[in-house]
Ligand binder design. Structure first.
Ligand code: 3PG
Ligand code: MG
Length: 348
């Protein structure tokens, strides 16, 4: 895989550096609910400060605002970042998506962003699949380098695209098959087994468009309605009672999936096995997360929900790489080039 040149190669002493980070974090009651992405941005910022950058101007989008939206200001992010890394040389710009030019990759907005800056460092792996002004436009205007997180993500995820130790398992779930079909096609064909749970399993039950077999659940936790307090019963995967919904994989499936996962040497997991935000339907995702953590080999978890599950269960330390990218990690594993990466000159 082509690797972009690293911020380590940049001469940053005395300069003003524009950093694009992915600080698109979940908010709750006006505060940062999960600061994983902010913490993941720290090594690059620390490197720049440690090497004597005069100013570090950090920018990111937050959510998907239509114009300026007080609910999506960067203020809570700014506050959290200054707790984690207090340094007056750091400035956090306002949500890039408040400007309509951001998502259009408008050169005028890119020009505004680079005003007074000497270098650009893109560390926003999670946004590298977006060709926006702050990820791509600015890289045409300033000498551009890849940040440490961006490089680490490319190296770790890239490992899955090369020769891997086998058995190699792909475990996938979540709601939308369309979002993951590309990865299933590109990676699934090279995997020894593909395990599918969650809503996705239902979509593949009657017709599997993939050119290989997948391992599906055998039983599900059926719910009388889509609610945390619904009545539940265990039902066969292909025998859901009329009007009931499958909201998690059942105990037999969990045992089967966990046994297969524990025997693997390389695992990529993306997407929960059920509605894990609700305790009665969290067991399948929990079983998969624990099995992945137990693997004696190389394990990668990507995508917002599975990463959240791993973090909530306190298993992140036992996973080889927990990706900060959702869509970006999927596109990379689909074999696509990421516009935010391509625009940075290649490493020497
Ligand atoms: C993400 O959270 O997936 C990234 O920050 C990209 O956000 P987007 O999907 O709104 O472009
Ligand atoms: Mg996304």
């Amino acid at each position: 895989m082509r690797l972009p040149r690293s911020v380590r190669e940049a001469d940053v002493g005395g300069t003003t550096v524009l950093v694009r980070a992915d600080l698109n974090v979940p908010l709750e009651d006006g505060e940062v609910a999960d600061d994983t992405r902010i913490r993941a941005a720290l090594p690059t910022l620390e490197l720049l400060l440690g090497r004597g950058a005069a100013h570090v101007r950090v920018c990111s989008h937050l959510g998907r605002p239509q114009g300026e939206d007080p609910a999506l200001t960067m203020e809570p992010v700014r506050a959290r970042l200054s707790e984690l890394l207090p340094d007056e040389r750091i400035e956090v710009l306002e949500n890039t998506r408040f400007q309509p030019g951001e998502t259009k990759n408008d050169p005028e907005f890119a020009q505004q962003l680079v005003e007074g800056c000497d270098l650009f460092v893109n560390d926003a792996f999670g946004s590298a699949h977006r060709a926006h002004a702050s990820t791509v436009g600015v890289a045409d205007l300033l000498p551009a380098y890849a940040g440490l997180l961006l490089l680490a993500e490319l190296e770790h995820l890239g490992r899955l695209l090369g020769d891997v130790e086998r058995p190699f398992l792909l475990v996938t779930g979540g709601a939308k098959v369309e979002d993951k079909l590309g990865v299933l096609q590109n990676l699934g064909g090279r995997a020894d087994e593909v395990i599918v749970g969650g809503k996705m399993a239902e979509e593949l039950r009657d017709e599997n468009p993939l050119p290989f077999e997948v391992v599906l659940p055998t039983d599900v936790v059926a719910a009388s309605e889509f609610a945390e307090t619904a009545q539940t019963q265990i039902a066969p995967f292909d025998g859901l009672p009329d009007g009931w919904l499958g909201l998690d994989v059942g105990p037999d499936s969990r045992a089967d999936f966990a046994r297969r996962i524990r025997a693997a040497k390389t695992v990529f997991w993306n997407g929960p096995m059920g509605v894990f935000e609700w305790e009665p339907f969290a067991g399948g995702t929990k079983a998969v997360a624990e099995a992945v953590a137990d693997v004696d080999g190389y394990t990668v978890v990507g995508g917002g929900d599975s990463v959240r599950a791993v973090n909530e269960l306190g298993l992140d330390e036992r996973i080889s790489w927990v990706s900060t990218g959702g869509g970006a990690s999927l596109e990379l594993l689909e074999g696509k080039e990421l516009p935010g990466v391509v625009v940075i000159p290649e490493a020497a």
